[in-house]
Design a binder for this molecule. Structure first.
Ligand SMILES: [Zn+2]
Length: 163
């Protein structure tokens, strides 16, 4: 079977947020604060150390380059530069314990299939979603907050990766 890749936000976009303190896509002011929650950071895909790390909140459209129908929402990244998650075929360990909803999108951003896998079944869920007919990519969302966390694509197709 084809593998998968979890895509964090792009490094250039993360750096632009840090240097301008604005949403690169919308221009809204970004907000810097001491982490009051676990996040996670949409760049390194690790959880924030509550009360110890600064984070930046900004408005982000994860559909840019994927679909004309945007879905802007609030996301956090570390205020300091961090290592963008870029491992192929691996699900970020610090996301595993979070309440996750995986959404499989087809054309026109239509949700074709959705699962809320338990931690041990995440890879199985990703495989099922990516192999569901019509699904082009998968979004990982926080079930409690509803926020976008990361996108998952097949590692043998990259034309859907927004650049
Ligand atoms: Zn980070």
């Amino acid at each position: 079977m084809a593998g998968f890749q979890v895509f964090a936000i792009e490094p250039a976009l993360a750096e632009k947020v840090r240097t301008t303190l604005k949403s690169p896509q919308y221009g809204h002011p970004a907000h810097v604060e001491l982490a009051a929650g676990y996040g996670p950071c949409r760049a390194c895909l690790k959880q924030f150390r509550v009360g110890k790390e600064d984070r930046i909140l900004f408005t982000y459209n994860p559909l840019a380059g994927l679909d004309d129908y945007p879905s802007p929402g609030p996301v956090f990244i570390h205020a300091q530069t961090c290592a963008i998650f870029a491992e192929i075929g691996k699900f970020p360990e610090e996301l595993r314990s979070l309440p996750l909803t995986l959404e499989g999108y087809g054309k026109d951003r239509w949700i074709i299939v959705r699962e809320r896998p338990s931690a041990p079944d995440i890879e199985g869920s990703i495989e099922r979603l990516l192999h569901t007919p019509g699904v082009e990519y998968v979004h990982v969302r926080n079930t409690e907050a509803g926020c976008f966390i990361a996108r998952i694509g097949r590692d043998d197709v990259d034309e859907h990766h927004p650049r």
